[in-house]
Design a protein around this ligand. Structure first.
Ligand code: FES
Length: 217
């Protein structure tokens, strides 16, 4: 059985920054969208979590076939999300700090792709919910290792089981990752597609389908 270090391609004495860097690379390659598989994706994620948890890393437990997410004892309800596309703010002269931003957007008769509502079902991440309801939101690794899927939380809260990339000051300003972010409030208001925020530029991975489809934006 491979050790978590071997799974991430690391030496046994690798420090935490090296573990985080290796995870960012491996989880991207391991995702089914990028030539990997669901089992490999889970294996890489489990290895990373074991290394960060500090538990014994002698060998890999029988983790490859483990379910990605165990059901929780208290099943959450569906959560209503109101979303707004960050890309339309400039067009309308709106600002992120506008206290009435969502009310203003609601009155502006925007396209459904740019503003509206959907429900997040139990055990869906915010990104999965958007995709399952027919929306194309940006992403790259889907494993908490880039900022392509980042959203700005205007109301409510999104908890991220996997985040190796967002610095504390961004999280303090409500930036979250939608690919693994699970709503933990009754409602959410989010700005999605915030990839153009200058602070996120260096945390992004190469463009994935959303960016490619909107290359002319
Ligand atoms: S898509 Fe990379 S962290 Fe969400």
């Amino acid at each position: 059985m491979a050790s978590p270090f071997e799974i991430l391609g690391l030496d046994p004495d690798a420090d935490e920054p090296a573990v985080r860097r290796a995870y960012r690379e491996r989880v991207f390659e391991a995702h089914p969208d990028h030539g990997g598989s669901a089992a490999e994706f889970r294996r890489v994620r489990a290895a990373y979590e074991r290394l960060l948890s500090g538990e014994s890393v002698e060998s890999e437990p029988a983790m490859a076939d483990a379910p990605a997410d165990e059901p929780t004892a208290t099943e959450p309800e569906k959560v209503r999300v109101e979303y707004l596309n960050y890309a339309v703010l400039d067009d309308h002269g709106w600002g992120l700090d506008d206290p009435d931003l969502f009310e203003t957007a609601a009155a502006a008769d925007l396209a459904d792709a740019d503003h509206g509502e959907f429900l997040v079902h139990p055990r869906e991440s915010l990104l999965e919910a958007a995709e399952n309801r027919g929306y194309a939101w940006p992403y790259a690794c889907r494993g908490g290792a880039c900022a392509n899927c980042a959203v700005a939380i205007v109301a409510g809260e999104l908890e991220m089981p996997n985040d190796t990339v967002l610095p504390p000051e961004m999280k303090a300003h409500g930036i979250r990752l939608s690919c693994n972010g699970i709503p933990v409030s009754d409602e959410l208001k989010v700005l999605y597609n915030i990839k153009h925020l200058p602070a996120l530029e260096e945390l992004r991975l190469p463009p994935r389908p959303f960016e490619q489809a909107h290359a002319s934006d």
